[in-house]
Design a protein around this ligand. Sequence first.
Ligand SMILES: [Cu+2]
Length: 268
Amino acid sequence: MGLALLILIWLISLISTYFFVAKTWWLPAGASAAAAWIDHQFALTFVLMGIIFLAAQLGLGYIVWRYSDRPSAPPVPYSHGNTKLEVAWTTLTAILFIGLTLMGGNVWASQRWEPPEAGAVKVEVTGMQFAWYFRYPGPDGKYGATNPKLIDPSSGGEGAVGLNPSDPASKDDVVTGTMYLPVNREVDLSLRSIDVIHSLFVPSLRFKQDAVPGLDIHMHLKPTVIGDYEIACAELCGLGHYKMHGMVHVVSQEDFDKWLAAREAEKQ
Ligand SMILES: [Cu+2]
């Protein structure tokens, strides 16, 4: 029985380690300025945790076999524990977890707390059950006022985000259901939600941030590769959560300007 358990524990540990090493279910190729940094942080965590996981599970399998109940097994002495060992592994675990948190916090802070580069493209993202809307402030660079009383999700577009048409700054605001971003330009995102908590998740851009009702959350990122990337909602937000899906099209500055000009023209 001890040998069967040893084989089972070792097999489960080695097979699950294989999937991490082979990167079978890994993130898609990174397409933003912070991607390399974030991937490095992921890899560091997985390698350190992987070594500890393997050592612990292989050790567990060995002990289960070595001390299983059979006539030839060595007697197991009663133990009160070892204070020195307990202090040592608690301290090591604390250093590891706090260290990784501080390092990961740096990556996050670079997108959250440090201000975006000057001249960043402003895009406001609004999450609602069950769609994403994207608002561009237009040539004046200013978002028009919104009013919760004007929110009408069934109207789509401007009505869905509650844009107030009587505010002059709202005249040139463009609201779309698909996000366009110019490549190699910093993007100043402003995240809102009109009902429950949603989370804007763009795996290729290594971006994930909650949109919370009542908050205007700023994050910035810089897409570096032209392409079409999938957006998902990463917060279970209701029955239609699974279909709360969208696309980011990262295009050249020229194509972006053309696209935005065409949306402005549609408003006239
Ligand atoms: Cu959602």
